[in-house]
Design a binder for this molecule. Structure first.
Ligand SMILES: Cc1cc2nc3c(=O)[nH]c(=O)nc-3n(C[C@H](O)[C@H](O)[C@H](O)COP(=O)(O)O)c2cc1C
Length: 195
């Protein structure tokens, strides 16, 4: 993994991530990279579900059920918008956090950091393969419809979906924070070190 991959990675909307997507072997490598995330006490607070491309209609049914759960009534247009998201992204991987709140020395926020690092490893590996990628969530990730439909246990939460695919339209690199705004030196008198 080169520094170049880190700096050129940018999120691309799943609807712009078209075929061809990663091979199964490339997906396995992305998940292998996820498993290299920092993980205090080796809790493995993450797991991943590869959505079968020949079953996207089933995912659309779940997205529609999730939208029904969050809005009491759905217009035809809302239903269509919820369903079409299931067909975006050449490859979709659900990211599941299994966060335990009673682990000595490893509070939930540390476990979520591990999940985030795992996601970043997936995004960077996808970048190194030449694919675009993005993690997306939305209200639907908290619904019972998706919890149940994807087979999550009671201690698991759906963080979102990583979409990976060939970029159909590249947008400009987003502005990143400048180092001076996020890096300080302690004690503060030493700040001059950075300039
Ligand atoms: C857990 C998580 C969920 C996200 N969900 C969404 C989402 O549903 N929709 C969205 O537009 N951006 C979402 N984002 C933000 C994008 O993935 C992306 O990070 C953001 O657009 C900044 O682009 P960049 O990654 O190129 O810096 C999410 C980010 C994270 C970490």
């Amino acid at each position: 993994m080169t520094l170049d991959n880190i700096f050129r990675r940018r999120s691309v909307s799943p609807r712009r991530l078209i075929e061809p997507g990663p091979s199964l072997e490339q997906v396995r490598t992305m998940i292998d990279a996820a498993c290299a995330a920092p993980d205090h006490r080796r809790l493995r607070p993450w797991r991943f579900i590869l959505i079968r491309n020949d079953q996207r209609t089933l995912l659309a049914n779940l997205f529609e059920a999730a939208a029904c759960e969050t809005h009491n009534t759905l217009s035809e247009e809302q239903t269509e918008r919820a369903r079409e998201k299931a067909f975006n992204g050449a490859c979709l991987i659900a990211v599941v956090g299994a966060i335990r709140d009673n682990v000595p020395d490893t509070p939930p926020h540390e476990q979520w950091v591990s999940v985030g690092a795992a996601v970043q490893n997936i995004l960077l590996t996808a970048t190194s393969f030449g694919f675009g990628s993005m993690i997306v969530s939305g209200d639907k990730v908290k619904t019972r419809a998706l919890q149940k439909g994807l087979g999550l246990s009671v201690i698991e939460q759906l963080l979102g979906f990583v979409a990976v695919g060939t970029v159909s339209k590249l947008l400009p690199v987003p502005e990143r924070p400048i180092v001076e705004n996020v890096l300080s030196v302690w004690p503060p008198e030493e700040t001059g070190m950075l300039t």
